[in-house]
Design a protein around this ligand. Structure first.
Ligand code: PEP
Length: 255
C-alpha cells in the first residue's frame, strides 16, 4: 500500500525565528502515524536550523528548489548535493518556478537528475494553466511535463520520484480542482508512468494533488483513488489548519 504524503510548501514566508516557533506549535498538535509522511519545505535559509529541531518521527524536511549543478560559479544558487543530510525531498518545477523564474522543461529534467544523483527525492510538479484547461489541453500538458521531468530517470530511480499534480489556476487562488478531476489527472499520470517504467513502478509511485487545499476539501482528495497525498501552500502556514489536514490523512490511512 502506498503511504499518504503531505507536503507543506511554506514558499518565501516565515523568518528563521518564526519558522521555529511555528514548528514547535505544529509538533505539539501532530500525532505520528507510520502510514503518513509529512514533509515541511521552509525557505532554504531555515532548513538547517529546523533540521536540528524537527521531530523526525513526525516530519521530514524538503527544499523548495535547487540548482542542477553540484557546485561551481553559480552565484546565489544551492545544489541538491549541498542539501543532502538536511533535506530528504526537493520540490522541482513548481509553477512559480516555471512561470515567475522562467524554468524550462529542459532545466527541470536536469534538476530532477541532480536531486536523484544526490540521493534525495524530487517532488516533480506538473499542471496545466487556465488557458490550457479551457482549450482542452490538460492531458497534453501533463504528458509533456511528465515526459520531460522523467527523461533520463532510470527504472532504479523511479521509486524515489514523487509527482504532484498542481493545476496552475488552482494555486493560491481558492479555486480548487474537483476531487474527480484531481483523480482523473492522477490516473492519467500513473498510466503514463506505467507506459514508461512498467506496472510495479506505476503501482508504487506517489501522486499528490496541490492547489488551494484547505481543511474542508482535503478529505475528498485524500479519499480519491490514485491521489496519494497533498502539496499544501497557504493552509500549511496555519498550525491548526495544517494539523487538521494531517489528521484527516491519518484517519484515512488507518481506516
Ligand atoms: C503550492 O504552493 O504548491 C500550493 C498548492 O499553494 P496553495 O495551497 O496555497 O494553493
Amino acid at each position: 500500500m502506498r503511504k499518504k504524503l503531505i507536503v507543506a510548501n511554506w514558499k518565501m514566508k516565515f523568518t528563521v525565528g518564526e519558522s521555529s516557533l511555528f514548528l514547535n506549535k505544529l509538533q505539539e498538535k501532530v500525532v505520528a502515524n507510520r502510514n503518513v509522511e509529512v514533509v515541511i519545505c521552509p525557505n532554504v535559509l531555515t532548513l538547517q536550523s529546523l533540521s536540528l529541531q524537527i521531530d523526525r518521527r513526525k516530519f521530514k524536511l524538503g527544499a523548495q528548489n535547487c540548482y542542477y549543478k553540484d557546485e561551481g560559479a553559480f552565484t546565489g544558487e544551492v545544489s541538491a548535493s549541498m542539501l543532502r543530510g538536511i533535506a530528504n525531498y526537493i520540490i522541482i518545477g513548481h509553477s512559480e518556478r516555471r512561470h515567475i523564474f522562467c524554468e524550462t522543461d529542459k532545466l527541470i529534467t536536469q534538476k530532477v537528475q541532480a536531486v536523484l544523483r544526490s540521493g534525495l527525492k524530487p517532488i516533480l510538479c506538473v499542471g496545466e494553466t487556465k488557458n490550457e484547461r479551457i482549450a482542452g489541453e490538460t492531458a497534453h500538458t501533463l504528458h509533456a511535463q511528465v515526459t520531460a521531468g522523467l527523461a533520463n530517470v532510470t527504472s532504479e530511480e523511479i521509486k524515489d520520484v514523487v509527482i504532484a499534480y498542481e493545476p496552475v489556476w488552482a494555486i493560491g487562488t481558492g479555486d480548487f480542482a474537483k476531487s474527480e478531476d484531481a483523480m482523473t489527472a492522477a490516473k492519467y499520470i500513473r498510466r503514463q508512468v506505467e507506459g514508461l517504467f512498467g506496472k510495479k513502478a506505476a503501482e508504487e509511485i506517489q501522486i499528490l494533488y496541490g492547489g488551494s487545499v484547505d481543511t474542508d476539501n482535503a478529505g475528498s482528495y485524500l479519499a480519491a483513488e490514485d491521489v496519494d497525498g497533498l502539496l499544501v501552500g497557504g493552509a500549511s502556514l496555519k498550525a491548526d489548519a495544517f494539523a487538521t489536514i494531517i489528521g484527516k490523512a491519518n484517519e484515512i490511512a488507518t481506516a
